[in-house]
Design a protein around this ligand. Structure first.
Ligand code: NAG
Length: 287
């Protein structure tokens, strides 16, 4: 084999750029990208496919899922959560594969009494195992306006973002023996249901059904395929500068800000739960 020609190289670069930048679903209709899966008329697509709503009443919640499956990518969605007294309700928005060893990347919004803060609960399941909860308050009222909740899923890491501010990074720690989601394609799911046995103040505050139906709104879904680059392998985790490959200094600063002022719970810091020491993927995860 001879040396690759300059033209060949240029073509390769161009092809990679196209692959990395392929947007699918951007600005398209909810009718094209999603199907309503349960709750009958409680789940609705309207405004010509530009808006979707889920609602919950005493009889049932509701949900939808994506028609497509994704393997790596950036998924953005704008949500406006149940307003008023939303105590006891949970709006889940997540990526998941199927089967007993499924992978899952979760946002769950735990409602609250009027004026009391929602909790944004996050988790990552790999090979069927979760127990990696981190919870946050938000720096705004998520029921007043739409805000963007994003998942960046690459072979090197998963980043959770709120209005483009990183709130959590789950690194690929396969080199330490922790499975990472990288081969099972996932669908996007969302549902609104009653979880008043645990959601609000640990189950102390119950759902007030006189306020039903409870409704959450969705718009501006966008999915961008990110091909994972083989050059940044998980080995960068161990050499200490893995951080630089996932967030720029500004991103790291914002992540630290969120973790310092808005984090409610971090499994990595729960020494009661893990008396033997934090799970291995927690190593180096404090910013
Ligand atoms: C609800 O409000 C209470 C009181 O401010 C707070 O302790 C709790 O963390 C809030 N969120 C949830 C989901 O319970």
């Amino acid at each position: 084999m001879g040396k690759p020609s300059l033209a060949g190289l240029a073509l390769l670069v161009a092809t990679c750029t196209i692959l990395v930048g392929t947007a699918f679903g951007g600005g398209s209709s909810f009718n094209d990208e999603f199907e309503l899966t349960w709750g009958d008329q409680r789940a609705k697509i309207f405004s010509g496919g530009q808006l979707l709503s889920l609602s919950l009443d005493k009889v049932s919640g509701s949900g939808f899922r994506s028609k497509r499956e994704y393997l790596f990518g950036r998924i953005d969605m704008q949500l406006k959560l149940v307003a008023g007294n939303s105590a006891g309700t949970v709006t889940a928005y997540y990526l998941s594969s199927q089967g007993p060893t499924h992978d899952e990347i979760d946002f769950e919004f735990l409602g609250n009494l009027s004026g009391d803060p929602y909790i944004l609960h996050t988790n990552v399941f790999t090979q069927g195992k979760g127990n990696r909860e981190q919870q946050f308050y938000l720096w705004f009222d998520p029921t007043r306006n739409f805000h963007t909740y994003s998942i960046v899923w690459k072979a090197e890491h998963i980043i959770f973002l709120v209005d483009n501010i990183p709130i959590r990074v789950f690194k690929n720690a396969e080199s330490l023996g922790v499975p990472f989601p990288k081969s099972q394609p996932m669908r996007i799911y969302s549902s609104l249901w009653n979880a008043d046995d645990w959601a609000t103040r640990g189950g102390l505050v119950k759902t007030d059904w006189s306020k039903a139906p409870f409704t959450a709104y969705y718009r501006n879904f966008q999915a961008t395929h990110l091909s994972s680059s083989p050059s940044t392998s998980s080995s960068s985790f161990s050499n200490g500068d893995w951080q630089s490959s996932e967030l720029d200094p500004n991103g790291r600063r914002r992540l630290r800000w969120v973790q310092k002022y808005f984090m409610v719970y971090n499994y990595c810091a729960d020494s009661k739960r893990f008396p033997q020491g934090a799970p291995v993927e927690c190593k180096g995860s404090r910013f």
